[in-house]
Design a protein around this ligand. Structure first.
Ligand SMILES: [Zn+2]
Ligand SMILES: [Zn+2]
Length: 634
């Protein structure tokens, strides 16, 4: 059984009397199955010592032959878990001896000092794993969890194979190098994709799609150095389609390896990818992949907590850190070649606190190369007004419209701004700073918010305190109404009295926000508030620039003219990206100071201006590469 050196080392550290029925890898973790009940239940301190010695995670689980039957285990668990924990679901993963417990209140399932799960383990000889049930019902979370559960046997093999590759051989440092290929998202925003290669492994960072472009929508997956089947790992920074939209295509082309991300990123990405293929189908566009490819992706997803260090190939170690951009968004830190080189890829990030998220982390043990997003990489962007000022402005505009009995339309991106605005509006109404009016949340925004309620631990302390200690979840407030159909939309538009409407898309380029715009724009008592970036050519940008006569396509063909008579406001302080000042500030504050900075994810002029500013400020090598450029970074 034992042929890997690491497993031999583990075995040597165990007393001879202990019988291990199987030793397997789950990625870089080592799992020991044993029929010895005493060892399974009482080996914690022994294992802890061993972990300290070999610096790898080790877990002991009961051999599947010794755990009690599922029916009895279920009734024991139901007896042990307090009623207030809101136990929702119990799933048994027989091959791994794990029982998944889904509950409203995971803390109570775990118990004080873990006493409840400890007794579950002792009495059933199953290993309890506790997760939070979404507070708002979420079909996507349910489907993903079911898919993972159904494919448990497959995943067990996949994770073992990853472990075999991680521990299979020593790193040969005699002729070692690290190079980076820019496949998309260099001097542009929209299809981020980078390939990192060493003599030992090939790792892809993000694989996005530019939804706004017909011709340059996909990254250069046909570049000569790209062999999709030969990739060792794909790592996703966050759930926006410009970073994850094409990952299912990799599976269509035969990739069978792991996709690493945080849990919220996995769930929200899946939702957006399904929506993306759905829209393509409805609009009669060519389908580049379908829901089967997305399912394959879910099957191969591997999620890590923020701050955890994990080997993902035998020479690349990955850590994800909070990026402050959207829920679950991560800075990707790679330790390459056992300390030979350290790279930080920011994805999209925000270097100030928002209503919901703490600002991006800027302290690391080591960083030599920084890949920095440059969305606002122009000094003309300056800085945003402070959040509190933007909040007050938003509240005043809403109050003013309510006084006229008008309706307020706020077009939002489904992920990020929508939930930030929900938090601000909910707080303002709770504190009676604006009157108690309904807030309609349309379509996709609601589904994404449901995922948000599954992972409150990714939010800042203030929101966590509200949810956990004060038992007030702002997202489940009675203020919010889900809009699920065209009929409900019609009722809101025709209905009396003031209200707030949050609808996608954020730039009025499609989706229900355009429908609301069409019907609300001609009444001067209503109001349009733009809170996100408006791309050139979008309806949002045109109205923002002062266009007041808009020819619009009818829903059933033909066109009509809409006279824009309602006030149009732009409030800029809610962006999820770092401003110019924050970008430069991040590069300056980053510890340790990087030796090289690569500016990406910004229009050409912005990547160049930011690279030049950082060169002058930090006196380090900077570069603003173009797509298809390949660089040796060490
Ligand atoms: Zn983003
Ligand atoms: Zn982006």
């Amino acid at each position: 059984m034992v042929k890997y050196e690491i497993l031999s080392k583990v075995m040597e550290g165990l007393p001879g009397s202990v019988e291990i029925s199987e030793a397997v890898f789950e990625g870089a973790n080592i799992i020991l199955y044993s029929k010895n009940k005493d060892f399974v239940l009482n080996s914690r301190s022994l294992i802890k010592k061993l972990v300290n010695k070999i610096k790898k995670r080790i877990e002991v689980r009961p051999d599947p032959s010794i755990h009690i039957n599922e029916r009895d285990a279920k009734s024991i668990i139901k007896d042990l878990v307090p009623k207030d924990a809101g136990l929702k679901d119990i799933w048994f993963d027989d091959a791994r001896s794990i029982v998944l417990l889904e509950a409203d209140n995971p803390g109570m399932v775990i118990g004080y000092h873990g006493e409840v799960i400890k007794s579950i383990r002792e009495k059933t000889l199953w290993v309890p794993v506790v997760r939070r049930a979404p507070v708002i019902k979420s079909d996507i979370v349910k489907t993903i969890r079911y898919t993972l559960y159904k494919n448990s046997e497959y995943r067990r093999k996949m994770l073992h194979n990853i472990g075999k590759r991680i521990y299979g051989r020593e790193i040969d440092k005699s002729d070692y190098w690290v190079r980076l290929s820019c496949l998309g998202g260099a001097r542009e925003v929209g299809r981020s994709c980078f390939l990192l290669q060493t003599p030992e492994s090939k790792v892809m960072l993000d694989c996005g799609v530019n939804v706004a472009s017909e011709d340059d929508a996909f990254p250069y997956l046909n570049a000569p150095e790209v062999d999709i089947k030969a990739l060792d790992a794909v790592i996703i920074s966050h759930s926006h389609l410009d970073h994850c939209g094409l990952v299912p295509l990799l599976f269509k082309y035969g990739y069978k390896g792991p996709v690493y991300s945080s849990e919220p990123t996995r769930d929200i990405s899946t939702l957006l990818q399904l929506d993306y293929v759905d829209i393509a189908q409805r609009e009669g566009k060519k389908q580049i992949y379908d829901s089967r490819d997305i399912k394959e992706l879910v099957k191969h997803s591997v999620c890590f907590d923020l701050g955890e260090v994990n080997d993902v190939t035998h020479d690349v170690r990955l850590s994800l850190f909070n990026a402050g951009h959207v829920l679950g968004s991560s800075l990707i830190h790679l330790n390459i070649g056992d300390g030979y080189h350290n790279l930080l890829y920011t994805g999209d990030f925000k270097f100030t606190n928002t209503k919901m998220l703490p600002k991006a982390i800027s302290r690391f043990q080591r960083v030599e190369t920084l890949m920095l997003e440059s969305t606002y990489g122009s000094s003309s962007e300056g800085n945003y007004p402070p959040l509190i000022k933007s909040e007050t402005e938003l509240i005043n505009k809403i109050k003013d419209t309510v006084n006229h009995d008008g309706k307020i339309l706020i077009p939002v991106l489904g992920v990020g701004r929508a939930q930030e605005i929900m938090l601000i509006v909910e707080e303002a109404i709770r504190q009676k700073r604006i009157p108690d009016i309904p807030v309609h949340v349309d379509g996709m925004v609601w589904d994404v918010t449901a995922v948000y309620t599954t992972y409150p631990e990714f939010m800042n302390d203030k929101v966590k305190n509200l949810i956990f200690n004060q038992k007030h979840n702002p997202f489940t407030s009675k203020l919010f109404h889900r809009v699920g159909s065209a009929k409900e939309r019609e009722e809101i538009i025709q209905g009396p009295g003031p209200c707030i409407i949050l609808a996608t898309s954020g730039m009025l380029t499609g989706g229900s926000s355009v429908e609301y715009f069409r019907h609300l724009a001609e009444n001067p008592d209503n109001r349009l508030i733009l809170v996100s970036f408006q791309g050139a050519g979008s309806l949002g940008r045109r109205v923002q620039a002062g266009e007041r006569t808009i020819r619009m396509q009818g829903r059933r063909g033909g066109s009509s003219v809409v006279k824009v008579r309602f006030p149009v406001d732009t409030i800029s302080g809610f962006s999820g990206h770092s401003s110019w000042r924050e970008l430069v500030g991040f590069a300056k504050n980053l510890r340790p100071k990087p030796k090289k900075v690569i500016t990406i994810h910004g229009e050409g002029s912005r990547c160049i201006e930011l690279a030049s500013k950082i060169y002058k400020t930090l006196h380090v090598e900077t570069v603003a590469p173009r797509n298809l450029d390949v660089m040796r970074i060490r």
